[in-house]
Design a binder for this molecule. Sequence first.
Ligand code: ZN
Length: 405
Amino acid sequence: MPTKGQRKHAKVEDKAVTLFREYLRIKTVHPEPDYDGAIAFLEKMAKDIGLPSKVVEVHEGRKILIMTLVGKEPGLPTILLNSHTDVVPVYPKEWKVEPFSADKMPNGDIYARGTQDMKCVGIQYLEAIRKLKAKGLSFKRTIHLTFVPDEEIGGILGMKLFIKHEEFKKLNIGFALDEGLANPTDAFTVFYGERSPWWVMVRCRGNPGHGSRFIENTAAEKLRKVINSFLDYRGMEEKKLKSTGCLTLGDVTTVNLTLLEGGVQFNVVPNELSVGFDIRITPTQNLKEFEKKIKTWCKEAGTDVTYTFAQKNMDQTLTSTEDSDQWWKAFHKACSDMGMKLEKEIFPAATDSRFLREAGYPAIGFSPMNNTPILLHDHNEFLNEDVFMKGIDIYCGIIPAMANA
Ligand code: ZN
């Protein structure tokens, strides 16, 4: 006897779900993503839907796939539906299924790396366009879909390069939709800004000597002060987040010690020790003031303490969520018309949207996954097929609203 859940899903699988699972099985996982496999698969889908597509190679082996649905007024600024094709690595032993088999449980949960981040969205865009086209609908503005590589390793050879490319400029983008996060409640989260990632390496130099003595002015003493200053600040921000019910992770600055370097052997006091921090600065924080803090912490630690940046994002552009903004108004109205509850947030990590916003294009991060735990980059990432299918309907409401704005 099948259980209740099994009976419910004993129905024939929707073609969209089958395509989603096929896409999940293509191993676009770092460090060697099968980008050609993903592009071949998506090109086939585009052909099937009747969307002209083209490939732009922005760097060797780094291709952007562009699909286009031409609008009735092609001179107007266009709508961009962006998604990245790459996914982060897995620890297969920690998974209850093979992470690239896209197994479906009796209750409809599909397990695979990329189910949430963000192969779901790529297929949902396409399936929504398929449905809208089948209804014979056409729109005022042209719609472009882009499938980009390397988002998960910083987008340097992906969106960052593409934005400067002649082919990007030709797209004449007015507004972009990109990835968001799942929401465990029945609400949907929309992201209108991101925190600025700063990766700081602090180098402490001091006197070397024998490990049996009280050497003065050591690198270790300075390192300890540096670590204390950074982590004390971390503690304050964590307290701020936890003491008020109204803040989300994107509203505070996080600091994490992620690298430690130095030392040669146990009985040698090293003349240099380094520590690396991953800092994500909330957009309400003044960046110049924040760098002053870092400078002060290093100075207070002693002489010969210097810092360098491996990444220092200085852009704090937010996308408008005012009713006076035509794009936000269209997005918000489409969601309200479908009875969706929205929660506006600052994205806690970084996505390709930051390159778009920095270049002056308004962008909203949105992945239609409610009633779903946030499992991006986590073990056992999954998405329920009903939530996935509902997402297609949601885009069927949002895409025409944006393309007719
Ligand atoms: Zn992502």
